[in-house]
Design a protein around this ligand. Structure first.
Ligand SMILES: Nc1ncnc2c1ncn2[C@@H]1O[C@H](COP(=O)(O)OP(=O)(O)OP(=O)(O)O)[C@@H](O)[C@H]1O
Ligand SMILES: [Mg+2]
Length: 331
């Protein structure tokens, strides 16, 4: 057969005609991942794709499932069902490769106390067959150079956290997973850690960071995922999340301790009401604050409720979180 009838070879393309070879590879991909502990579903059929170089914040209240999710990606906890790929590989078939490319800081890291800071890094460097000069380089980077000969037992809480980050960075990871890296740090140290983390962005590092701090997510991350009860409630850039509720207003009110009336559930133009039983406090999201406020004040005049205090303002990202989870981020 001559060359006439041959179809010329083309670069593979997707359904929109984009070249597949140049499309960003998913750094992390989860398909319907579930994890149960007895009667608790800690992670509930989660799908997630994270591109290489993306910084993602996982925001959620205590018990939301953040640590469980991250530890399954880290290969520390097995998942019950679904699939997890990191740079296209999985823990079952490629554990040596995955160990090499991941940097991990657990929510609570226990180091051996009677070992110095530098020895701790050297120990981890030896796992990765990395030269010993790396220890000094990395300790300088996280601001622990002066403490290199101190025993770990003598470090402050914040210094231990910096050591945990230093350990996570020892192998120059492609994938960085940090579980609440700045919880308990003073504001200055927190800023220092933010600086270290944002520098890595230039190396095309991919990161998932769990946090209770909205400002940390805003400062460091391109993308914010809000998680509660093992499910994703929102996923997008800060702008996208804010725009979702940009038309809304918030009314906060406190009642004198006579309890909540059922009539509060049907206020004019109300989108949602979160009621705090203990504080006798309500937070309303509304599409028309004047209409909702009028209705609220009418109930007060009719003595259905007795309002102690009431304020109205625009929605913030924090409100979005509260309206979705019923909890404050730092609860
Ligand atoms: N080993 C375990 N055995 C039983 N239940 C567990 C275990 N680990 C986690 N859980 C439960 O799974 C749920 C999710 O926990 P997880 O630690 O993932 O939450 P989190 O979002 O990291 O919370 P925090 O902000 O407090 O760190 C919780 O209800 C928790 O009690
Ligand atoms: Mg946790």
């Amino acid at each position: 057969m001559g060359s006439k009838g041959r179809v010329p070879l083309r670069e593979p393309v997707d359904e929109k005609g984009r070249a597949l070879m140049t499309m960003p590879l998913n750094a992390i991909e989860l398909k319907a991942v579930t994890k149960r502990f007895k009667n608790i579903t800690a992670v509930d059929s989660v799908d997630m794709q994270i591109n290489q170089g993306q910084y993602v914040a996982l925001l959620g209240p205590n018990g939301a499932g953040k640590t469980t999710l991250v530890e399954m990606i880290e290969g520390i906890q097995p998942h019950d069902s679904g699939e997890i790929f990191v740079l296209g590989k999985n823990w079952k078939d490629d554990k040596h490769y995955l160990r090499k490319i991941m940097g991990i800081a657990l929510q609570e890291t226990r180091f051996t106390d009677k070992v110095t800071v530098r020895e701790t890094i050297n120990l981890f460097a030896s796992f990765y067959e990395i030269s010993k000069t790396r220890a000094d380089e990395i300790l300088k980077r996280v601001g622990l150079a002066e403490k290199r000969n101190s025993y770990v037992v003598n470090l402050s809480g914040g210094q231990r956290q910096k050591l945990a980050i230093a350990v996570a960075l020892t192998n120059n990871p492609k994938i960085l997973l940090l579980d609440e890296p700045t919880t308990g740090l003073d504001p200055y140290s927190r800023r220092e850690v933010w600086g270290i983390i944002s520098e890595l962005k230039d190396n095309n590092t991919t990161m998932i960071l769990t946090t209770h701090y909205m400002e940390e997510a805003e400062y460091l991350c391109d993308r914010i995922i809000i998680i509660n009860n093992g499910k994703f409630l929102a996923d997008g850039t800060l702008n996208e999340l804010q725009n979702k509720f940009s038309d809304g207003d918030v009314i906060e009110f406190t009642l004198t301790g006579n309890g909540k009336s059922g009539e509060l559930d049907n206020l004019d133009k109300m989108i949602s009401l979160k009621w705090d039983e203990e504080k006798d406090k309500g937070i309303i999201v509304t599409s028309d604050s004047v209409a909702t406020l009028n209705h609220l004040l009418k109930l007060d005049r009719e003595h259905v409720i007795d309002i102690k205090q009431v304020t109205s303002r625009k929605v913030t990202l924090d409100d979005l979180f509260i309206s979705m989870t019923g909890k404050h981020l730092d609860e």
